[in-house]
Design a binder for this molecule. Structure first.
Ligand SMILES: Nc1ncnc2c1ncn2[C@@H]1O[C@H](COP(=O)(O)OP(=O)(O)OP(=O)(O)O)[C@@H](O)[C@H]1O
Ligand SMILES: [Mg+2]
Length: 290
């Protein structure tokens, strides 16, 4: 069955007793071997009606890498992610200008297939948002929406993605139970599994651990690291230690003169944290500003 996400992986785990992640071993922040831009953002500006929220942001998102976006509250990190899967279309009065290329597609084109884009670029929110349905239906619903109807195929993908997020053994005997009865950390992993079921190229994660207890946060953080290579991840986090642990690249956003958010500095995560080029970055990562 061609839909299977683990067609991408040599390490398919079919056993029913082994809870090993099929996404591969945990990798702790190595640089990407060959950074290849997957998303290119040029001079991106965003307004909410008359209010500027982002001004002239340019950066590349590299394939198979984890990119962390950091910066103080209100500097436009969520707005930036919202552009990348066109959630901004749903905000009345929101205007976006500049260029964003995903592969060779103009992501801002009015004629873009936005539903197709959201399949390729999935979004995970701060607060897990499972559908008010069973665990099974949470995974099946988007798959059916995108045309998968054979129950055997649906079961196969569901089991695989639940294994991928380390949830299978926790839920396999309660698949018909409401997803909202899961713990917060389990709900967040279910939301990640739901996104993975559609085989996205990119996962956008907006503070995915900040509503979780430290143990659940650690589990989700490990999972994000396992996504590296097979997926391109852009994560917003206020947890600088987390960004430093998991990211290959980091972008530091700031609010210019109390107005629009802007990108102060972008680079390899190690450089941003250990040898920032800009004094504002240095002050922020050292904790003296922000
Ligand atoms: N839908 C909206 N309508 C109007 N203004 C908005 C909207 N969403 C965000 N803003 C404003 O845009 C600016 C950037 O907001 P955004 O949520 O992108 O910041 P952020 O960096 O994600 O902040 P935080 O770290 O607190 O999540 C803020 O001033 C915010 O009030
Ligand atoms: Mg935000």
């Amino acid at each position: 069955m061609s839909h299977f996400i683990n067609n991408k992986s040599e390490q398919v785990d079919k056993s029913d007793t082994d809870d090993t992640y099929t996404l591969g071993p945990l990798q702790s922040g190595p640089p990407c071997c060959i950074p290849e831009p997957l998303i290119r953002v040029e001079n991106l500006s965003l307004y909410y009606a008359a209010k500027p929220a982002l001004e002239s942001v340019s950066l590349d998102i590299y394939k198979g890498c984890i990119t962390a976006l950091i910066g103080p509250s209100g500097c436009g990190k969520t707005s930036f992610l919202s552009v990348l899967n066109r959630l901004t279309d749903m905000i009345p009065g929101c205007r976006v200008s500049g260029k964003v290329h995903f592969n060779s597609t103009n992501l801002l084109s009015p004629s873009l297939d936005v539903q197709g884009l959201r399949r390729d670029i999935g979004m995970i929110f701060q607060k897990p948002v499972p559908f008010p349905l069973s665990i099974r239906r949470n995974i099946e619903l988007p798959l059916r929406e995108y045309g998968m109807n054979k129950q055997a195929d649906l079961n196969e993908v569901m089991q695989q993605v639940l294994r991928d997020v380390g949830l299978w053994h926790e839920v396999k005997n309660r698949l018909e139970s409401p997803a909202q009865a899961l713990s917060g950390g389990q709900q967040q992993r279910l939301c990640i599994a739901r996104a993975l079921a559609l085989r996205p190229q990119v996962l956008l994660m907006d503070e995915p651990c900040s509503a979780l207890d430290p143990i659940s946060s650690g589990i989700v953080e490990d999972l994000i690291q396992r996504l590296r290579d097979k997926y391109t991840v852009v994560i917003v986090t206020h947890n600088l230690a987390q960004a430093r642990r998991i990211a290959n690249f980091a972008g530091f956003f700031w609010i210019r003169e109390q107005r629009a958010g802007c990108l102060i500095e972008f680079g390899q995560c190690k450089q941003i944290f250990e040898a920032p080029a800009h004094e504002l970055t240095a002050a922020y990562v050292n904790g003296s500003r922000g």
